[in-house]
Design a protein around this ligand. Structure first.
Ligand code: NAP
Length: 265
């Protein structure tokens, strides 16, 4: 019997990368999952790979960038499973373009997916979690949620926004049985760079060296699950890029020198 046995876990971005690995590992731990993303086939392939019965999963495909009805989505989960214990706001999109060339529409799209969708889903599940007396909400941020580097202006801003939002929410929920974890991922080997948007919104379509040499998604998922089990407010993992988090905090002058020299790809 694990901590996650029969728990209802809703993961956005479950069709690929970190969310996919997280879903597969939670299935192994006996959880029941709501798999969200746009790519239905990829979501079904997660359940197929996990070899689980229909009563262990729900495919809830929708586009985080649109004006989706978060309450209606949450209601569907409650109708199917009767409860929501964990929400992972993991679906996200990165950027490969400098600020001056990037259209405001692209900046807004990044925020819609990375920040506002998490905000909406959080608001939709919270009343239900409060009624149940338990809930754990997390959001996948990034090391660039702690500092900025070139070619990530809107992405870094959207991830910074998650930290402010969830720090406030954590404080508001103190003592109410609601736990908040912000996940600070370093470079992870997923499709994030291929799927990143460029200045005009088109797909970047390249695997960057940073991701190619990054931690595997399976290891990232293991680190996330360990941190969630301990109800850690922040869960940070990655490689040497994590050093920049501390340099930014404790040696800001060194950070200002280093940031323009970081290889952003
Ligand atoms: N990989 C890294 O180096 C890294 C580092 C720091 C943080 N992160 C964060 O980790 C999270 C997961 O990314 P990943 O690395 O696993 O990348 P990934 O392989 O590209 O996966 C991204 C996931 O987000 C979903 N998604 C993207 N746009 C969406 C939209 N408009 N509507 C619904 N779902 C959408 C995708 O699902 P569909 O395509 O099916 O819609 C996919 O499942 C993201 O929040 C990312 O910012 C990644």
């Amino acid at each position: 019997m694990t901590l996650f046995q029969d728990k209802i876990i809703w993961i956005t971005g479950a069709s690929s990368g970190i969310g996919r690995s997280l879903s597969l590992q939670f299935f192994k731990l006996g959880a029941k999952l709501v798999l969200s993303g746009r790519n239905q086939d990829a979501l079904h392939s997660v359940a197929k790979e996990a070899n689980v019965n229909k009563d262990r999963f729900l495919i809830l495909d929708f586009d985080l960038s649109t004006d989706f009805d978060a309450n209606e989505k949450a209601q569907k989960v409650i109708e199917y499973f009767g409860r929501i214990d964990y929400l992972f706001n993991n679906g996200g999109i990165s950027q490969r373009s400098i600020s001056i060339e990037t259209s405001i529409e692209v900046d807004r799209r990044i925020f819609e997916i990375n920040f506002f969708a998490a905000d909406k889903l959080t608001k939709a599940v919270l009343p239900h979690m409060l009624k149940n007396g338990f809930g754990h909400i997390s959001a996948t941020s990034s090391v660039v949620g702690k500092f900025g580097i070139p070619m990530r202006s809107a992405y870094a801003a959207s991830k910074h926004a998650l930290h402010g939002y969830y720090d406030s929410l954590r404080a508001e929920m103190y003592g109410k049985g609601i736990y908040i974890s912000v996940i600070i991922a370093g470079r992870i080997l997923t499709n994030i760079s291929q799927n990143a948007v460029t200045k005009d919104g088109s797909k970047y379509n390249k695997l960057d060296e940073g991701q190619a040499n990054g931690m595997t998604a399976d290891e990232a998922a293991q680190r996330i699950i360990k941190g969630i089990a301990k109800r850690k407010p922040e869960i940070m993992f990655g490689g040497k890029e994590l050093l920049m988090v501390y340099i930014r905090r404790y040696l800001p002058k060194l950070f200002y020198y280093m940031a323009p020299r970081v290889k952003p790809t």
